[in-house]
Write a protein that binds this ligand. Structure first.
Ligand code: PEP
Ligand code: MN
Length: 355
């Protein structure tokens, strides 16, 4: 922690700050420049309290207090030398290979999720997505099938072997979702639901944490820190577009968030081109952009009949379009040195590419 004095701070002000630091058990290293004095606080590690910093900041003659280390210490890149890898079934988020998750926005029926699971697996996806507890902006829209939807997902996993990622919308859903799914998704609208973050963390299951609609990267990483603080570091970040003044797209994909987050944290990060663009025609270019920016994976909405989807049909790909996309994803992923695993989709009838 560093205390920056104002240019007109007096010797009394300086003595006051030193006395306050000493009272709290900290040493002080003074650096007296021509215009101002800076105090390096000794003994205050990266866990010094924000409240204490705020108190020091309000002492006479203090301009501001700067934290040297990141406020999200467990997920911070500084806290470990390597990048973390989150294992989900055979997929390795943050490993040498790109991971593609795909499936419908909502689980709608046994047949729908099964058809989807078979198709996305055949095209090379390694994880099946599908919402059972849907966080809809309007209370009158389809809210998901709840536990019945989770059972349908589990049946699709049993048949295809694909692990599943699905959202827990409330603390009360967490236990059930952790029991039936492989990854708990925290939706954008819930990124700052701290009770939910803690409950998801405490479940011990891997957590896919979407970035909030208006969240800064700093707030997103602090949300991840809530999960990490429970002792669960199996966290996958997901950039899904943020709200801007632009109206032609549903959200604006913050592509810079991928390399920025990778500098700040050791956690893997995936890109969701479906919610970012909100339009089927943008899913391919945004996927390409995500991979080129260094994403560890993608999460894409696919529906057997998008024109009949109960949610997010406009941004859902047909199974055929998804197969086509995966061919291009494979090429680009190889170019950037993070290829799809050669085994993905291998041996599955109907696979539209050669491993
Ligand atoms: C979803 O994945 O279907 C979803 C609702 O995503 P988000 O929370 O990013 O809007
Ligand atoms: Mn959706």
């Amino acid at each position: 922690m560093i205390v920056v004095m104002t240019p007109d701070a007096t010797q009394d002000d300086l003595a006051g700050v030193q006395a306050r630091l000493a009272e709290a058990g900290y040493g002080a290293h003074l650096s007296q420049g021509e215009k101002r004095t800076i105090i390096g606080v000794i003994g205050a590690g990266d866990d010094e309290k924000q409240t204490f910093a705020d108190q020091v900041e309000s002492l006479p003659g203090v301009e501001r207090v700067i934290f040297v280390l990141k406020p999200y210490k467990l997920v911070s890149q500084e806290s470990r030398s390597d990048r973390s890898v989150v294992e989900v079934g055979e997929a390795r988020f943050g490993g040498p290979n790109l991971v593609v998750c795909a499936g419908p926005c909502s689980v709608e029926s046994h047949e729908q999720i099964l058809e989807c699971a078979r198709a996305v697996k055949a095209a090379g996806a390694q994880v099946l997505r599908g919402g059972a507890f849907k966080p809809r902006t309007s209370p009158y829209d389809f809210q998901g099938l709840g536990e019945t939807g989770l059972d349908m997902l589990a049946a699709a996993r049993d048949e295809t072997g694909l692990p599943i990622v699905t959202e827990a919308r409330a603390v009360k859903d967490v236990e059930l979702v952790a029991e039936k799914a492989d990854v708990i998704q925290i939706g954008a609208r819930n990124m700052q639901n701290y009770d939910l973050l803690q409950a998801a963390g405490e479940s011990g299951a891997p957590v896919l944490l979407k970035r909030g609609l208006s969240a800064t990267i700093d707030e997103w990483l602090k949300a991840a820190e809530y999960i990490a603080a429970t002792g669960n570091l199996k966290i996958i970040l997901c950039e899904r577009g943020i709200r801007t003044f632009e109206t032609t797209t549903r959200n604006t994909l913050d592509i810079a968030a991928v390399p920025v987050a990778q500098k700040l944290t050791h956690l893997p990060i995936v890109v969701d081109p479906s919610h970012a663009g909100g339009r089927r025609d943008l899913v391919l270019p945004l996927s390409m952009a995500g991979i080129a920016a260094g994403a560890d994976g993608l999460i894409i909405e696919v529906h057997p009949q998008p024109d009949r989807a109960l949610s997010d049909g406009a941004q859902s790909l047909t199974p055929d379009a998804f197969s086509e996309l995966m061919i291009q994803v494979r090429t680009v992923s190889e170019v950037v040195g993070k290829p799809l695993p050669v085994m993905a989709g291998k041996g599955v009838e109907g696979a539209s590419w050669e491993p």
